[in-house]
Design a protein around this ligand. Sequence first.
Ligand code: DPP
Ligand code: ZN
Length: 874
Amino acid sequence: APVIRLEDYRPPAWLVDTVEMDVRLDPARTEILTRLAIRPNPAGGGGPLRLDGEDLELVWLKLDGRRLAAGDYRLDESGLSIASMPDTAAVLEIATAVDPSANTRLMGLYRSNGIYCTQCEAEGFRRITFYPDRPDVLAVFTVRLEADKVAAPVLLANGNPVESGDIAGTGRHYAVWHDPHPKPCYLFAMVAGDLGRVGDTFVTASGRTVDLGIYVERGKEDRCGYAMDALKRSMRWDETAFGREYDLDVFNIVAVSDFNMGAMENKGLNIFNDKYVLASPETATDADYANIEAIIAHEYFHNWTGNRITCRDWFQLCLKEGLTVFRDQEFSADMRSRPVERIADVRTLKAHQFVEDAGPLAHPVRPESYREINNFYTATVYEKGAEVIRMLKVLIGDAAFRAGMDLYFARHDGEAATIEDFLACFAETSGRDLTQFKLWYSQSGTPEVTATGRWDASTSSYELTLEQSCPPTPGQPVKQPMVIPIRFGLIGSGGDMQPAVVEGDGVTGDLIELRAARQRIVFRGLAERPVPSLLRGFSAPVKLTTNLDDDDLLFAAARDSDPFNRWQALQSVATRLLTDAQAAIRAGGAPAADARFLASLRRTAESADLDPAFRAQALHLPTQADIARDIGREVDPAAIHAAEDWLRGLIGASLADTLRALYGGLALNAPYTPDAAAAGRRALRNAALSLLSATGDAADIEMAERHFRNADNMTDRLAGLQILVRAGAEAAEAALAAFHDRYRDDPLVLDKWFTIQATAPGEATLGRVIELMRHPAFALSNPNRVRALIGAFASGNPAQFNRPDGAGYRLLGEVATQIDRSNPQLAARLLSAFRSWRVLEPVRRAAARAELERIASLDGLSRDTSDIVRRSLE
Ligand code: DPP
Ligand code: ZN
C-alpha cells in the first residue's frame, strides 16, 4: 500500500454542492442512485474527475443527463476516473449496487441483527457509492430511503425528516431526510429496521424544541433511560460550558450490536455500539454507566467539534478527536468528582498512550504519514490529543482559552480546518507565540522531566533544577525541547503552602513553564524545607522523575492539597515497591515489605474526609503496564504479576481490620443508583473486598461468595465473580456457571463472562480461551465478543498472553489472521497487543518476533494488518 503524506495534501479538484440519494434497501442487493451537483474548485481545480469506490457494482453513470459508455470512464480497484470533463458545473448521476448482508468489514452499508446501518468514517462512504471520499469535500445531502415496511418500519438518515409514505401495492415504504448543514461524506449515515424507540424532547437555550430518539432492538427500550438522561445533560452542558447550541430539529441515536468502534457522530444520527447505550442495574456496572455518559457526551460534542467544523484531511484527526475527548472529560468532571475523573483519565493515559508512545507504533498526535488511516484511531490521537488541549488551557488561562474556542467556532464554522487554523485562534486571543507549543503535535514519544531539588538551610532557599528530554521514536531520533506546563506548590511541614520569592525564568503564580532543556529556579525566603508538589493535576503528559525520597512522597500522600498528587505520591511509592519486588522475585529472592507505605495506605483508606471514590483509586495499585514501563527493558510479565499478587496479599493481610471495616461500613441499604457518590462507595467496598481476598483466607473468600450471591446489581455481582475467579476459589466454577445461566440470552453481559475467564490468572487460561472459542455464543463476526475474549486475553492478561512458550502469541496471531479476511479493522486492532514486544526479556521477545514475522510472511493480508505488523517489526 502506498504511503500517504501530509506534505502531499492538495485541495480537491472538484467540489460537490449537493448530493441527492435514493436508496432501495434490499438484504442482498441494495441499489443506490446518487445525483451529485459538482463544480471545479475555484481555487485552481477542474480537469479530470477522480472518485473513490470500493467493492461496488457500477450499474450506470450519467454526466449532465448523458449515459456514459465504457470508454468514457475508467474503473479500477479503488475507484473511477473520468478524463474529459466540462470546465463548468456539472451533474453526475451514479447507480451502484451493494450487498449489505455480505459486508463483514462493517464499513459502508451492512446489516447487524437484521438492521441496516452504515459506518463511513474514515473511508466507508466509498463502499456505498463513487464519491470524492475525503473530509474537505462538504456537501448538502438529501436522502430518500425505501425498504420493506414489515422488515424495516423505521427509516432514518441525517438531518431533519421531510416526508414519508407508502409505495402503493409493493409492501414497501419510504422516507426522505434533508440535512441543511454541509458535511463531509464520512458523517453520512442511514439506518433501517424493526427498532424500538424511546423518545424525549430538549429545549435549547434559544427556545427551540428538539425531538430526541434512541432506537434499539425491540425489547431493550427499558435500558435507554440513562443514555437519554446523559444526552440531555450533554446538550445543556455544551450550551453553558462552550456556548454551543444544537442545530437540527431532531437528534437520533441508534444502538447496534455489531460495531467496530465505540460509536459514531454522524450528523443528527449517531450510531452506537449498543454496549455504550444499554444499561440497567441488573446488566450494567458503574463503569458501564460512566462510559455511556462519557461516550454519549463525546459523540454529541462532535456536533460542533468535528461536524460543524471538520478536518481538512485525516492527518488532522486530533483536531476533532483530541478536542472532543477533552470536552467529554471536562463534562464528566463536572458531572462527577473532578479529582477522581482526572485520576481515572491519567490512569488510562498511562496504561495505553504511554505504552504506545514507548513502542514501535509510536506516532505524533498529528501523524505525518500513514498507510491505513484506520490504524490511527489511537490513544495518542485521542488521549494525548486531549492532554495537549488541556495544556493549552493551562498555559494561556481559562479566559483566553474560551475566547479562542469562540473565535475558532466563529471563524471556521462550515469549514474543514487544520491544527494551524485552530492554534492561530488561541495565539490571537492570548497574544502568545505558540510555535514551540506546536511541537506537541509533531514530536512523538513521552517527554521525560527530571526535577532535582536542593534545600539550603543557610540561605533558606530551595533550588529546583528541571531538565527535559524525549527518547527517540520511529522516524524521530532527535527531539527539540517542548513547552511543558508544570503546576506546582511547596508544601510546608504543616501541610500549608509556602510562599516564596522566586528567582529564575518561567514561573507565574503556581505555574512553571519549562521551555529549555534545563531550567533552574530558586525559591527564597522559605521558613523551612518544603516538599515540592510538582505536575499538579498531571498538568503535562510527561514522565516525571524527582529526587524526592519515600518519606517526602508519603508526606505528600498525606498532606498535599492537590488530590491528584496525593494519589500520585502513593502510586509512586507503590511503583517502586512493585518494581523492586519483581526484581527480587526474578533473582529468586523474597520481596521486602514496607511498613510506612502500608501505614500510609491505611491512613488514606480510613480518611473519612476523603471521597470514597478517591480512596478506591488509592487502593488500586499501579497497573502491570505501569510497572513494565517503569522497568523499561527485559521485562518479565510473570514476575510483575507475581509481585502484584505479593503486594495485594500483603495489603490484604496487614490492613485486614481496616478493609473489613470498610466492607462492613459501606454497604448501601438503598436501591441501586448509578450516580458517582453511590458508585464511589461500591468501588471502595469492592476494592476492600478484593484486597482482603488476595490473602486467600477462607473466611474472606466466603465473604466474596456471599457478595456475589447476594448482589442486587451488576457492579457487585461482577466484582464478586472476579474476586472468586482471580483467587482460583473452589466456588469460582459454580459462580461462573450460575452467572452464565442467568445471562445466557444477554450478549453484553455474556461478554463480561467471557472477559473474566480470559483475564483469569494461571496457565490454564490459554486452554480455557481456546475452549471458549467453541462456545455456541462465541462468534468471530461479532466485534464485541471477539474483544471480550481474545482482546481481553491479549491486552488484559499480560502474564498469560506473554507466556514464555509463545502459545499466547500464536493464539492471537491465528485468530487475528483469520478475522483479517472478514474484518481487517478488528484484526489490526487486536494485533496492537504486540506493541510492547521489544521491551520483553529475550525468550518472550524471540517468541513474539517469530509470530509477528510469521504473520508478515502470509499472503493476502489486509492493508490494516500488514501496516500494523510491519510497523511493529520495523
Ligand atoms: N466514532 C469515533 C469517535 O467518536 C470516531 N469519530 O471517536
Ligand atoms: Zn470522537
